[in-house]
Design a protein around this ligand. Structure first.
Ligand code: NAD
Length: 509
């Protein structure tokens, strides 16, 4: 059993939500920590194991038919109540998110606000047309489509957007009449429990939403269950592919949002100051822990020299520290392990010939301006200084996703070469181009292998009513999107009904 860190504030004790009851787990004791103070536990719990998993599956299977029978409008009203409750608890949950995940308080507040909007958006879909009608060759026949829920679905979520990503998945799953078994990431269990409580308090019936706080092995056992008709997953490519291999052969639907290696191309006609502001926001926001984060900046011809001082001054001005403190723009990474991974990726890049062009002062663990960051792996720190590297497309860091505040500036001779470099990874999540040349924008939209392409805006950020999804290794071939109407597509089976008026039996006299 691990030693729970000695914490000034008593850590919250968490339970699992199964069949409408908050119950203790049967597994090992576990805890989440505050990455700004890794010696402090935020929440403690006993992990869920096979017994709770079995109970959750049984409860979901039993509760789903009645939930489906309530109809769209009733289910939409429950989501509306959940939106209002989440708005009431917004500040409390934002504070919890900053303590447990590490992002700054303004970032947490924005995430809670976006999650409230997500619930309202899906609630509003309850009153939209939910099928189509078609003409028939038979004069008395109507052909119409209708949607039926999948049944019981699994939602497996990462820590980097501990509320927003679950809301993107769970709200449409519930709206369309499914029961959900949710396994959130172990780093952000307290935020997950707070969201599950909002949904339960809003009136999601017992068994319709089940929350299991557990390691990845329980996620693997969950997706292997015959009863799970759909899996919605956001996380790493490796885990995503293992879920795909377990669930697809038995006919389960699978929706995946995986990693990215997003490129932003800057053409010489773009204002370097305006572009640099968006590039730094895209690369460093949420401490670089966004799947859509700008991992490569591809500067075409003279754009390179114009960008360097603009990027440098902005990165060096970033204030790194505890996300709860005033004036802090960049919080810690989610864990010391995450920090170690970023540090070794940068060290490898330097050994392969990259150079540090700019580095912020990382406050609690700052390093020398030109070498690897200090605040070594062994001191437990989760801080890493935002870093701009100068490099070339052959570097490992220009192919492998590094989930932290690091981006690499690469030079290209012209737009052709820039597009080739941008497309030169196995990923295809987002991309951006900075230019006033409309033809160049059109080329980028058509030729960049990314599910989302932006002009003159960061690679990060998306609207919840527009589809969002990656190409190549960033997703699963089909269906590959979430948000917008994709929720209805993924969480239901569509049926087509041919309806003729019946002929009544002749009365028997
Ligand atoms: P991860 O894949 O390690 O974990 C994600 C979830 O899967 C966690 O809940 C984890 O416990 C669970 N899990 C682990 N092993 C499992 C298994 N064998 N079977 C089933 N579930 C298992 O990812 P992470 O470190 O939490 O998140 C970071 C990754 O997520 C990055 O690669 C990032 O790019 C990606 N991400 C993608 C998007 C997107 O929309 N494309 C959004 C956010 C994060």
């Amino acid at each position: 059993m691990p030693d729970i860190p000695n914490t000034p504030d008593r850590p919250t004790t968490l339970r699992h939500l199964v069949a409408g009851e908050w119950v203790d787990g049967e597994g090992a004791e576990a805890y989440s920590t505050d990455p700004a103070h890794p010696d402090r536990a935020v929440a403690v719990y006993r992990t869920a194991g096979k017994t709770l998993l079995d109970q959750a599956v049984t409860a979901a299977q039993a509760a789903q038919p009645d939930w489906s029978a309530q109809g769209l409008i009733q289910r939409g009203l429950v989501l509306r109540r959940a939106a209002a409750l989440l708005a009431d608890r917004a500040e409390e949950i934002a504070l919890l998110m900053t303590r447990e995940e590490g992002k700054t308080l303004p970032e947490s507040r924005a995430e809670v606000g976006a999650s409230v909007e997500t619930l309202y958006y899906h609630a509003s879909r309850a009153r939209a047309a939910d099928g189509a009608t078609f003409p028939s060759a038979h004069p008395e026949e109507i052909i119409r489509t209708l949607r039926r829920p999948l049944g019981t679905v699994a939602a497996i979520t990462p820590w980097n957007f501990p509320l927003q990503i679950p809301a993107w998945k769970i709200a449409p799953a519930l709206l369309w009449g499914n029961a959900v078994i949710w396994k959130p990431a172990s780093d952000t269990v307290a935020v997950a429990a707070a969201f599950a409580r909002v949904l339960a308090d809003a009136g999601v019936p017992a068994g319709v939403l089940n929350l299991l706080l557990a390691p990845g092995s329980v996620g693997a056992a969950l997706v292997a269950r015959e009863e799970i008709a759909g899996v919605t997953f956001t996380g790493s490519v490796t885990v995503g592919r293992s879920i795909q291999a377990a669930a697809v052969p038995r006919g389960a639907k699978v929706q995946m949002e995986l990693g990215g290696h997003n490129a932003a191309i800057v053409l010489p006609d773009a204002d370097p100051a305006a572009a640099a502001a968006d590039l730094v926001a895209g690369a460093m926001g949420s401490t670089g822990q966004k799947c859509t984060g700008t991992r490569r900046i591809i500067a075409v011809a003279e754009a390179y020299d114009a960008l360097v001082p603009e990027l440098k001054s902005r990165i060096e001005a970033l204030v790194v520290g505890d996300g709860l403190a005033d004036g802090v723009g960049i919080g810690p990474l989610v864990s010391n392990k995450a920090r170690q991974e970023v540090e070794s990726a940068v060290e490898q890049a330097l050994s392969e010939g990259a150079q540090v062009l700019a580095r912020a002062d990382a406050g609690p663990a700052s390093g020398p301006a030109s070498g690897p960051a200090s605040g070594s792996a062994s001191d437990g720190s989760c801080y890493y200084p935002p870093t701009l590297l100068a490099g070339h497309p052959g570097l490992t860091i220009c192919h492998e996703e590094v989930f932290g505040p690091v981006t690499t500036l690469v030079r290209a001779a012209d737009l052709d070469e820039a597009i080739r470099i941008a497309n030169g990874t196995r990923f295809g999540l987002t991309a951006a181009v900075f230019t006033c040349d409309e033809r160049a924008v059109r080329r980028c939209v058509e030729e960049l292998d990314a599910g989302l392409v932006k002009a003159n805006a960061p690679t990060t950020g998306s609207e919840l009513h527009a589809p969002f999804g990656g190409l190549r290794d960033s997703s699963f071939p089909a269906p590959r999107e979430q948000n917008g109407d994709s929720g209805a597509e993924f969480f239901t089976w569509s049926k087509t009904a041919y309806l003729r008026t019946g002929t009544p039996a002749r009365s028997r006299s």
